[in-house]
Design a protein. Structure first.
Length: 265
């Protein structure tokens, strides 16, 4: 799965998944560009990749700002001669817990709008710099809620379903341009909270309601899987690297299941 000289752009690069994915790609020879809204955590992520012998650069961007995302992507593509790999590892705090009687429209849409807007802005920005003879792959990361019927997760479930549908629809558009579009859906990730994931804040209300720490609540989620364990951060990162590689070159318009069987296909 060598990626020597490939240009990889990771949005949400300061988060747990973005950092781990960036390191996995850099280890295979990709030149990694990590983007996020603020710089301090980004710089630490870049330093970690460089300390491991990889090539990495940081850039600040708000993916909900379409013009800024266009400009940053074009700048990277100009310097790198194009873009080969894109990972959307962004995420946003949203309501998980309220049922429709207590849920406002704004809270409902908070689980939908920013996620789809980020995916749209990123894909629109990078696609002109990808494909053709060099090919390209766009990878999204999404929770497995699209296939769940869980109370209190209305906006989250609809948002996840939208991201999966977006993946399939965009793959149909970009396939003739030799750009693959894939989505990885993962359960809660073992080690992500400890690595600084935003999910600590997201899961805290659920954990408190059950009298548990966030770590204990996440650990208990393993019981909902067929394997009785959660995917690890390393497994998520290595799967992203595989999907980005030529070994997965015939895969597109697919949602790859990394839930340990919690949502079997």
């Amino acid at each position: 799965m060598a990626m020597d000289g490939k240009s990889a752009v990771i949005f949400g690069g300061s988060g747990a998944i973005g950092r781990a994915g960036g390191l996995a790609l850099a280890r295979r020879g990709a030149h990694v560009h990590l983007g996020a809204r603020t710089g301090e955590r980004l710089e630490r992520a870049v330093a970690r990749i460089r300390a491991a012998g990889g090539t990495a650069h940081a850039f600040e961007v708000d993916v909900l700002d379409g013009m800024a995302t266009d400009e940053r992507s074009a700048r990277i593509a100009e310097r790198a001669g194009g873009i080969d790999i894109v990972v959307n590892a962004t995420s946003f705090l949203h309501d998980q817990g309220k049922e429709i009687a207590d849920l406002s429209l704004a809270e409902f849409m908070g689980g939908v709008t920013p996620f789809l807007a980020a995916q749209f802005n990123i894909c629109k920005a990078v696609a002109p710099h990808m494909g053709g003879a060099r090919g390209g792959v766009i990878l999204g990361v999404v929770a497995p809620a699209a296939r769940m019927a869980a109370p209190g997760h209305l906006g989250h479930i609809v948002g996840c379903a939208g991201l999966e549908a977006f993946t399939r629809a965009l793959a149909g558009e970009l396939g003739p341009r030799n750009i693959r579009v894939l989505c990885l859906h993962s359960h809660a990730i073992a080690g992500a909270v400890e690595a600084g994931s935003y999910t600590r804040e997201l899961f805290a209300p659920k954990a408190r309601a059950m009298g548990l720490s966030v770590e204990d609540w996440v650990g208990g989620a393993a019981g909902s899987t067929l394997l009785k364990r959660l995917p690890t951060l390393a497994e998520v990162a290595e799967t992203l690297a595989f999907l980005a590689s030529g070994d997965a070159g015939a895969m597109t318009a697919a949602v790859v299941n990394l839930t340990g069987g919690a949502t079997p296909d």
